[in-house]
Design a protein around this ligand. Structure first.
Ligand code: NAP
Length: 316
């Protein structure tokens, strides 16, 4: 096993992302000491029962003191408060990063609160599930997934390289982007699909003419694939919507225009238009599989998970 990269890592927030980091950091021996902090005594107790770290506190400043790397993994709306709480405890030269799904807002909240003598490098691992809390994490979550950094002007290249090495040891590929560009890209690849899923599941739930039991009974015809996204954490997704408002509204406007055009094609029986679109979109899925970001097994791997003896488990 390679030498530890850091003496002390502080994980602030120990839900799906924080606890997955804790597990992979331990498995790969990335740090000599993992200090864990979370807001509630109940989550902290659970993290301790699971043996996720070496020390535990509900005070983020206690965990952050003397840390070489601090990873903030809380809902994006809470990142400013956390930065304020850890600021007095940070040692000079420490790397402070986050995992938030929006970047412009996190930078606006955290940067003014952090001292100038630490390296603040915002980040976002493009990896997740619809589950939350410390039990939901697993060491393989980041394998073959992208971690995108949105470094601020003047970022120290050595600190960026060290953080990149951290994420590579966690299994990720790394990339850098401008924060506004990140927020626009994520609005289309992640935020819009979640909003559409929340909306369609909400519509089905509201329908009076189709009973809820029918929606559930016949869900395998497509509906259930939306329910996975729509089961995602409400706090996290409320914050994403509030903190990436402009990019999401821009993508929703484009989506609504395209939906209206699709509606017109259906109304006027324009089969050629429908066929062309459905052919174009099919190719996108093929490219995702070829890029290693999805498994090419029937039924999104459900049969594999139900009958693991039939095939190798899906990656990631
Ligand atoms: P999670 O499982 O719900 O865990 C959230 C953690 O943040 C818990 O430790 C929780 O503490 C703490 N927390 C909640 N509200 C807080 C507040 N107001 N102040 C301080 N701490 C608070 O969430 P997660 O899925 O790990 O998401 C964490 C971050 O990762 C979010 O910014 C999200 O945008 C980003 N992210 C998520 C995914 C995903 O798929 N889930 C993927 C990539 C990035 P207590 O339990 O003690 O209250």
């Amino acid at each position: 096993m390679a030498e530890p990269l850091f003496d002390r890592i502080a994980l602030i927030g120990i839900g799906l992302i924080g606890s997955s980091l804790a597990r992979v950091v331990r498995r790969e021996g990335i740090a000599r000491h993992v200090a864990i902090s979370t807001r509630s005594a109940a989550t902290l107790e659970r993290a301790e029962e699971l043996g996720l770290g070496d020390s535990y506190s509900t005070d983020p400043a206690v965990a952050a003191r003397d840390a070489d790397l601090v990873v903030v993994s809380v809902p994006v709306g809470a990142s400013g408060e956390v930065a304020e709480a850890i600021a007095p405890a940070l040692k000079a030269g420490a790397i402070v990063t986050d995992v938030g799904s929006t970047k412009g807002s996190v930078i606006a909240q955290m940067r003014p609160k952090l001292p100038a003598n630490v390296h603040f490098i915002p980040g976002h691992p493009l990896a997740g599930t619809e589950k939350s809390g410390p039990d939901a994490g697993f060491a393989e979550l980041f394998e073959n997934r992208w971690c995108v950094f949105t470094p601020l002007p003047g970022t120290d290249p050595d600190a960026l390289e060290k953080l990149s090495e951290f994420w590579r040891r966690c299994g990720s590929n790394v990339d850098t982007m401008d924060p506004d560009h990140h927020d626009m890209v994520l609005a289309i690849v992640s935020h819009l699909p979640h909003i559409i899923a929340y909306n369609i599941v909400g519509t089905a739930d509201d329908l009076q003419t189709v009973t809820k039991s029918e929606v559930i009974k016949y869900s395998a015809s497509g509906f259930r694939d939306f329910t996975r996204l729509a089961a995602s954490d409400p706090t996290m997704w409320r914050d994403v919507c509030l903190h990436n408002k402009d990019a999401i509204l821009e993508m929703l406007a484009r989506f609504s225009e395209d939906l209206a055009s699709l509606q017109r094609a259906i109304r006027w029986g324009d089969g050629e238009k429908l066929f062309d679109l459905f052919t174009r979109t099919r190719a996108i899925r093929r490219s995702i599989i070829e890029a290693g970001q999805e498994v090419d097994v029937p039924d999104f791997g459900r049969q594999v998970l139900a009958h693991p003896e039939k095939s190798a488990p899906p990656k990631g």
